[in-house]
Write a protein that binds this ligand. Structure first.
Ligand code: PMP
Length: 350
């Protein structure tokens, strides 16, 4: 705290990201990165930018990337927004699309950045309890709100809300924006982008950090009605005209264009997930149904914090949250088959 801080900064409670350890030998299963590298075509596209173009400013509109996303999803480019990680895209959406006359609604167990953005932009919020099975109950959102946001699949549970339930939510709340945060949708879910032409209040965000293995590049996107996208563009153009650098635009576009590599690596992660679920269940864990590249698991007879510490001693790091209702769970990212085996072997001895 300093006398030079504004009252606003004094009250700010920032997000604390998952640990990024400096040691390289760890089996790192704590922040849901993809165990496989990005598409070789994405790497080649980035390399070409490095070789030829870094002297020049990037395209402020990221047209090449917007076109690649629009082609992939069969939408128009004016329905696509891109930003520096989906965290930044979410920040602009909180700033530009949620109303202040009623609280924003989101699940009480979800992405812990949401309350931080509410603090940053002065948005009131109400957290809506998940049901006994840790699922979102759509009926509970049918109340006055300034907007609704939830991850799908949810994080850190991994549970998926079907499109039919999302449509019920959209119909019940037609006057406010419903934001579906699809950071993990490509590991078995169905994207709500299929619904954007039908519901002008729907905004879908995605990231290239997970299924396209570009967490280090920081690229995220949103798809929705052109009016919603226009709001995000206005915020962006009042904040940073060049959020995406040349490597990010070229690499992310190439990653979208390389469907075969994307589909193959997603499938590998999904198959590994099923093996990890079976392995954990064999060790007596209860595992929530996951459509993500991580699983959320608890052991009826073992304390999660102790397990996380024990794993760490053996060089395996997973995520443990202190929040009361989920304090007995571990969130475990799906790694390569070798990493997954190292996890299961380490757990066996604990
Ligand atoms: N949404 C959810 C639910 C997430 O878990 C994450 C990753 N921490 C993000 C958004 C942000 O991802 P990124 O900024 O890497 O695109």
């Amino acid at each position: 705290m300093s006398k030079f801080w504004s009252p606003f900064v004094k009250d700010l409670v920032p997000y604390v990201p998952g640990e990024q350890p400096k040691l390289s030998k760890l089996v790192k299963l704590n922040t849901n990165e993809n165990p496989y590298g990005p598409s070789p075509k994405a790497i080649a596209a980035m390399q070409a930018e490095v070789n030829d173009n870094l002297r020049l400013y990037p395209d402020p509109n990221s047209d090449r990337l917007k076109q690649a996303v629009a082609d992939y999803y069969g939408v128009q480019t004016n329905q696509v927004f891109v930003g520096n990680g989906s965290d930044e895209v979410l920040a602009h959406a909180f700033h530009g699309l949620f109303q202040h006359d009623a609280p924003l609604l989101f699940p009480d167990i979800s992405y812990s950045f949401y309350p931080v953005y509410c603090g940053l932009y002065g948005i009131e919020y109400q957290q809506v309890a998940l049901d006994e099975q840790f699922q979102i109950r759509v009926e509970d959102y049918a109340r006055p709100n300034g907007g609704i946001i939830f991850p799908n699949p949810n994080a850190p549970t991994g549970c998926l809300l079907p499109l039919e339930a999302i449509e019920r939510l959209l119909r019940a709340s037609p006057d406010n924006v419903v934001l579906v945060d699809e950071a993990y949708i490509d590991f078995g879910g169905q994207t709500a982008i299929a619904l954007v032409d039908k519901y002008p209040n729907l905004l879908v965000t995605q990231t290239l950090s997970k299924s396209r293995s570009l967490a280090g590049l920081r690229v995220g996107l949103a798809v929705g009605h052109p009016d919603l996208i226009e709001a995000l563009e206005r915020i962006k153009n009042s904040f940073n005209s060049y959020p995406l650098d040349r490597m990010a635009i070229a690499g992310a576009a190439a990653a979208f264009e390389d469907r075969a590599y994307f589909e193959k690596t997603c499938q590998q992660v999904i198959e590994s997930r099923e093996a990890v679920v079976a392995g954990l269940q064999g060790l007596g864990f209860e595992v929530l149904p996951s459509a993500a590249n991580f699983v959320f698991a608890r052991h009826p007879g073992k304390d999660a914090a102790t397990l996380a510490a024990g794993l760490r001693e053996q060089g395996v790091i997973v995520r443990h949250f202190k929040q009361q209702r989920i304090a007995q769970f571990l969130r475990i990212t799906i790694g390569t088959p070798e990493q997954n085996q190292a996890l299961l072997d380490a757990l066996q001895g604990l």
